[in-house]
Design a protein around this ligand. Structure first.
Ligand SMILES: Cc1cc2nc3c(=O)[nH]c(=O)nc-3n(C[C@H](O)[C@H](O)[C@H](O)COP(=O)(O)O)c2cc1C
Length: 187
């Protein structure tokens, strides 16, 4: 299995999404001794904004197509995804490659891959949270991956900005969930 491990937080070692995505990628590789991990750090090596010319470069698209599992560290910035991650998605959602428009409307062509997203958010955005309507990260990623035929899974660390205790609790719960979700797949 080829695992594509992507990060997009600008916070380096202090990043929660990076720690959780690392735990998911490690658990996935441990479940398959023949696994190969491809690393793409979108903060260390940002992709430029999309241009028409950029469509000629298939590097990012082919890397995505070759992966059986994609692990993504996704912090919430200003209610949505980092622009670094958007630039990556702009190269992955490509008509004729990962989706097509048919007689019945759009059709996803990238089904069969596993996408696991490590979300880190400063506040609380669960289904019953008052701020749920401000959530445009998880909902956007569900829409974008759903459009190409993939139902993403989420490991969520919420309330990171509420103080050290809240951060520690959310991180340890997310790390435990990271292991559980991968083990459930392996079982
Ligand atoms: C530039 C920036 C914008 C942010 N915007 C939001 C936001 O809109 N809502 C929120 O709940 N948290 C926000 N946060 C807090 C982060 O979501 C939180 O710190 C999270 O842990 C970031 O992920 P990371 O630890 O992997 O970097 C923001 C943080 C930064 C640095």
């Amino acid at each position: 299995m080829t695992i594509l491990h992507i990060d997009s937080s600008i916070s380096g070692d202090a990043s929660v999404s990076r720690q959780v995505s690392q735990a998911i990628a490690a658990a996935l590789s441990a479940s398959d001794p023949s696994a190969t991990v491809i690393r793409r750090d979108l903060a260390a090596d940002p992709l430029p904004h999309l241009t028409l010319d950029a469509f000629a470069d298939r590097t990012v698209l082919d890397e995505f197509l070759a992966a059986a599992a994609i692990v993504i560290g996704a912090p919430m910035y200003n209610f949505t995804l980092p622009t670094q991650l958007k630039a990556w998605l702009d190269r992955v959602l490509v008509a004729g490659e990962t989706f097509r428009y048919g007689a019945n409307g759009p059709e996803g062509l990238a089904g069969g891959k596993r996408v696991i997203v490590a979300l880190a958010r400063g506040g609380f955005y669960g289904a019953d949270a008052p701020a749920r309507a401000l959530e445009h990260l998880e909902t956007y990623l569900r829409t974008a991956f759903g459009f190409i035929g993939i139902m993403p899974e989420f490991v969520i660390a919420d309330g990171i900005a509420t103080g050290p205790d809240g951060r520690e609790k959310a991180l340890s719960q997310a790390l435990a969930q990271a292991n559980d979700s991968v083990q459930q797949m392996a079982a």
